[in-house]
Design a protein around this ligand. Structure first.
Ligand code: 9MR
Length: 356
C-alpha cells in the first residue's frame, strides 16, 4: 500500500474511535506490523519562505502539526476574535499534499493571551473554554482527525507537588476541566481522536516515576467515568544525558494500552545541551536515545504515529530553554541545519517502516 494511503487509514482508525469495537480495531491496527506515519511540528511561514524546509517536509512527512497557530495566544491574541490564518494554511498544505494534520492544543497552561488573566470564576472559565472548543473544533470538524485536547495537565514533579499542573483551567475549574474538555470536543466532533499529551515519562528517576503514576491515576479516573479519551501522546522531549527507563516506559505503555488507548509519539527530540561538543558523538547519542525510547514503546505496542518537534536543527525550540554553554548550536532533530539526515532520521525510518 502507498504510504500516504496508509496514513489516511491509520488516522482513520481515530476517526471512528467513538465506539468500543472501533477502539479495539484501532488498537489492533496500532499493534500491527504496518508502517507508522512520520510527521513533524511545522512553522507555517517557513513552508512559504524557505524552499529547502518545504522540500524536507514534503520529502519526509505524512503528518503535520502546527508548532504554534492553534495555541490560544496565536488564535485569540485579543478577546472576541479568532485568527485562523496559520492553521488554515497548514491544513491546506496538508490536504494538497496527501498528509494529515493533528490539532495542538485546546487546553494548556502556557501560551495564554494576557486577557485570559481577567477570567476569575469557574462559570466564566467553562464558558470561554467551551466557546473555544466549539469554534475551533467546529471549524475543522472532519478535517483534523486527531486533537491534543489537554496538554501537559500533570505537574513537573508530582513526587513533591500537587499532581495537577497549575493553569487557568485547573485553578478555576479543577481537575474536572480535563473531562469537560474531552466531552465537549467529542460533542462537537464525535469522530475525532481525542488525546491527552504530556512529557517527562522516560527516565529512571523518581520524578518520572511519580509523573507516570500521576498520569495513570488521571487516565484511569477518566476511563472509569467513561470520558471520551482515545489516545495518549507521549511527547518524548528526551534529555540527552539521561538513560531511557525501558521497563518503566514499557509497563506504562502496557497499562495505557490495557485501558484500550492508542499511543502516539507526538513531540520527539533530544535535548542535547549537556551532551559532548563533538557533533558526530553527539548525533550518535541522540540517535541511541531515540532508538531506546521508540523500542521501549514499540516492544509493547507500535505507536499510531511518530512526530518530531520540528524537522531540522535549523529551527528548534530547544535553545530557548537549553542553549549549550559552549556556543555550539543544538542538534535535537532528525535533519541537520542544512537538511541532511542525521543518524536520528535513520532510526526513525527504520522504526516506522512496515515490519516484514
Ligand atoms: O516549540 C514551541 C515554541 O516555539 C513555543 O514558543 C512554545 C510556546 O508556545 O511552545 C513550544 O512547543 C511546546 C509544545 O507546544 C508543548 N510541549 C513542549 C513544546 C516545546 O516547548
Amino acid at each position: 500500500m502507498h504510504r500516504r494511503q496508509f496514513v489516511l487509514g491509520a488516522m482513520g482508525a481515530g476517526l471512528s474511535a467513538g465506539s468500543t469495537s472501533a477502539l479495539a480495531q484501532a488498537a489492533a491496527k496500532e499493534c500491527s506490523r504496518a508502517a507508522i506515519p512520520y510527521g513533524a511540528a511545522i512553522r507555517v511561514d517557513l513552508l512559504r519562505d524557505d524552499q529547502e524546509y518545504r522540500r524536507a517536509v514534503l520529502g519526509n512527512c505524512q503528518l503535520v502539526v502546527g508548532e504554534g497557530g492553534l495555541k490560544w495566544i496565536d488564535l485569540r491574541p485579543e478577546p472576541g476574535k479568532f485568527h485562523f490564518d496559520h492553521p488554515d494554511r497548514l491544513l491546506a498544505f496538508a490536504d494538497a499534499n496527501g498528509m494529515r494534520m493533528r490539532g495542538h492544543t485546546l487546553a494548556w497552561y502556557a501560551a495564554m493571551p494576557k486577557w485570559t488573566e481577567a477570567i476569575s470564576t469557574k462559570a466564566e472559565a467553562e464558558r470561554v473554554l467551551y466557546e473555544h472548543i466549539d469554534t475551533v473544533v467546529g471549524r475543522y470538524k472532519g478535517r483534523i482527525p486527531s486533537w491534543d485536547v489537554v496538554n501537559e495537565a500533570i505537574s513537573d514533579n508530582p513526587a513533591v507537588e500537587a499532581p495537577m499542573r497549575k493553569s487557568i483551567w485547573q485553578d478555576l475549574i479543577g481537575t474536572q476541566h480535563v473531562e469537560l474538555a474531552l466531552r465537549r470536543t467529542a460533542a462537537v466532533d464525535p469522530n475525532a481522536q481525542l488525546v491527552l499529551n504530556d512529557f517527562g515519562f522516560e527516565n529512571p528517576t523518581e520524578q518520572c516515576r511519580a509523573k507516570r503514576a500521576a498520569f495513570l491515576r488521571l487516565v484511569r479516573d477518566l476511563k472509569d467515568r467513561d470520558a471520551p479519551l482515545h489516545a495518549i501522546g507521549l511527547q518524548g522531549h528526551l534529555p540527552g544525558e539521561k538513560d531511557i527507563d525501558k521497563d518503566g516506559i514499557s509497563s506504562f505503555v502496557a497499562e495505557l494500552h490495557g485501558m484500550g488507548l492508542s499511543i502516539l509519539v507526538t513531540e520527539l527530540d533530544v535535548i542535547d545541551d549537556k551532551l559532548p561538543r563533538d557533533r558526530a558523538i553527539r548525533d550518535d547519542i541522540v540517535a541511541s536515545r531515540v532508538r531506546a525510547f521508540l523500542q521501549a514503546v514499540g516492544d509493547v505496542c507500535r505507536p499510531e504515529a511518530v512526530l518530531t518537534w520540528g524537522i531540522s536543527d535549523r529551527f528548534t525550540w530547544v535553545p530557548i530553554w537549553f542553549r549549550r554553554k559552549d556556543g555550539e548550536p543544538n542538534r535535537p532533530l532528525p535533519l541537520d541545519a542544512n537538511y541532511r539526515p542525521k543518524p536520528m532520521m535513520r532510526v526513525i525510518r527504520e522504526f516506522t517502516r512496515a515490519k516484514l
